[in-house]
Design a binder for this molecule. Sequence first.
Ligand code: AMP
Ligand code: ZN
Length: 467
Amino acid sequence: MALKLFNTLSRSIQDFVPLDPAGKKAGLYCCGPTVYDFAHIGNWRTFVFADLVRRTLEFKGHIVTHVMNITDVEDKIIKRVRETKTSLREFTGQYETAFFEDLKTLNCLLPHHTPHATEHIPEIISLIEKLVARGIAYRAADGSVYFGIEKYRGCGCTYGQLLKLNFDEMRAGERVKSDEYAKESVADFALWKARVPEDGEVFWPSPFGDGRPGWHIECSAMSMKMLGESFDLHLGGEDLVFPHHEDEIAQSEGATGKPFVKYWLHGAHLLVEGKKMSKSLGNFFTLRDLLAKGFTGREIRCLLLGAHYRETFNFTLEGLQGARTSLARIDECVGKLRELAGGTAAVADADLVNAFTAALDDDLNISAAWGVIFKWVSKMNRNLAGNAIMVAEAASALAAWEKIDSVLGIGLMVETEAPAELKQLIIDRQLARQAKDFKRSDAIRDELKAKGWVIEDTPKGQKLKKL
Ligand code: AMP
Ligand code: ZN
């Protein structure tokens, strides 16, 4: 059965048919992080969604080229470089390193290409030159180069492919220089921003004068360089639909005259406790904040994969506890099947794989996919409890689970070594008990539990076990 996906371009669910005449290869671009801070769990929802799309395409037999750019120069970054009095490279480097560490923690597959904007200035300049040569871009009095929307429309091109725009409200020639603006302020947008004193040392020479690229042109230049002038899939969070993606289409199609992207996929936002995540509301979590609370990458990944990508998803710490419980159920069942199968090779249980595939084919219906998995876990647990399962059946179930997990990427729990500060708590607890300070001893147990660990008595003494 064909994979069906909701395409923002057509506002409908369509069969995924790649541009490759052989139907095999698929080019996938996801707008990557702006490295000016640690990525928050909302960002991670989008990157885990992109990972799910890639893994699903590979599961369906496609050969995917996955590209994710690193936005290492734009308005917010320059502001922070100025404030922190660091160099651009020094400033962005630390957050980029953290980003790749987090990507690994969440078991996201590394994209095949992770191009940096600052390493593609020549490609960006040549794309702008093409637009200037076609009369679609122009240099304004301040030395910046703008994309002329009316000129583009005059060439028979459509501005407003991803969303409807009201051009009657637009005043011709009005310009917007900042990278982010709302659809009410649709206007000619900056492709190249002339150097201003606030930019400090962040500038490059160009035929249009010293300056730096706008954010939108960076993605057009890098995606087309890596995947060609037309490619299959472009992803991002829903906030990128306008202006970022609309501008990417305009810049790319304006320069090449060819359709830019066949399928546009947008992930809905993550809310925290029902509200928009914001530092001032105190509901702002980076991945690292959650790890410090004792949760693991696979628990967080499991939670982020919990809801359909087009549904706004409400993050709560209770939800994360729920993901922990769900994983424990899967781990227990898969662990028992492993013991029983004992390494026997088998063909994957087709019923299970087919039911899971049917759920994914339906526009990545992850809730239905989890439904299939937990029904299977219940059935396996029943059969395991009643000794009603043979070695061959256990092996076949396991083979199916491995196929499924190639998409989910949650793996099996591995014994984790407790962090040193938690091990110290065990010693403190023993001392408290020796001193008959049971209040303190209970408090330590509760503290460990809150961090996701339980104390187990073993023949070798007390040990910490992950909950
Ligand atoms: P940025 O680093 O700000 O460029 O964002 C990286 C990605 O995270 C983009 O695809 C955004 O659309 C996405 N994003 C930002 N906030 C959220 C959120 N609260 N929920 C889901 N995705 C988000
Ligand atoms: Zn982008």
